[in-house]
Design a protein around this ligand. Structure first.
Ligand code: SAM
Length: 239
């Protein structure tokens, strides 16, 4: 109640708005932010209201002064894994929060999608489109002990860690069409329209191979299931 909340990497604003309406309708204001101007324009056009609005912000860039110590809580879902300057991102989150503030985040760490990017980037057919793949792979994908790395980082920034755990998130999309829409919405590469279907087939086959052979999961994209190994954290700022 009466708190101000920032959703980092809000994308199109759909999830921010749903959380606001269904989970925390009593909060004072909720602001969604994203590095993408297109996302923010869409979010403001579709989901803004008196107590919820959206603004552009690069969480691993320089923090505008007006955001310092402004929010009671920060939430972030599947966005911080896009940041390779992790320390800057978490320092900014710390600075954004008021004293006694908290941050709850889900960060993708190990995903067959990232393994598939690396493999497809070596294939002649996809090489021209899969540019700069490492930029889109979570900084924790190859980590031997991501939990320990994260714990160290959070401590260095000054956070008190209340919760930090690995979670295997399994989502069943029920059919290939649904899986395709969801998966292709997070693929950052500009695949030409005429190659789009073929790319999805190749990508999901690669993912299936990694899901079953590397990670030993019983289900995979073959069963229209998308699996993400994630870090879930809840941290607090105490001055
Ligand atoms: C997979 S989407 C998640 C959207 C939303 N949180 C959800 O769960 O539905 C990740 C979002 O993070 C944004 N993003 C990536 N890097 C960012 C950065 N440095 N600062 C802010 N947002 C960023 C992307 O533009 C994208 O909209």
């Amino acid at each position: 109640m009466d708190s101000t909340i920032l959703d980092i990497g809000c994308g199109d604003g759909g999830l921010t708005s749903k959380i606001f309406k269904e989970i925390i309708p009593n909060c004072k204001t909720m602001i969604g932010c994203d590095i993408s101007e297109d996302m923010i324009r869409f979010a403001n056009e579709h989901y803004a209201s008196e107590r919820i609005n959206f603004t552009t912000l690069n969480i691993e860039g320089e923090l505008p002064d007006q955001l310092r110590e402004r929010f009671h809580h920060v939430i972030s879902f599947f966005a911080l894994n896009w940041c390779h300057r992790q320390e800057t991102a978490f320092q900014n989150i710390y600075d954004i929060l008021r004293d006694q503030g908290s941050c709850f985040a889900i960060i993708a760490e190990r995903v067959s999608l990232f393994d598939a990017y690396r493999n497809l980037a070596k294939v002649e057919k996809w090489k021209p489109w899969l540019i700069d793949v490492e930029r889109y792979i979570s900084p924790y994908h190859d980590s031997q002990d991501s939990r320990k790395e994260m714990e160290h980082l959070l401590g260095k920034v000054g956070f008190t860690v209340t919760k930090l755990e690995h979670k295997i998130l399994v989502h069943d999309f029920e059919n290939q069409e649904n899986l395709k829409s969801a998966l292709m919405s997070v693929v950052p590469f500009k695949i030409p329209d005429e190659l789009y279907d073929d790319f999805f087939i190749h990508l999901s086959k690669e993912m299936q191979m990694f899901d079953t052979k590397k990670y030993n999961f019983k289900k995979s994209t073959y069963d229209s299931v998308f699996i993400v190994q994630a870090l879930v954290l809840y941290v607090e700022k105490h001055l």
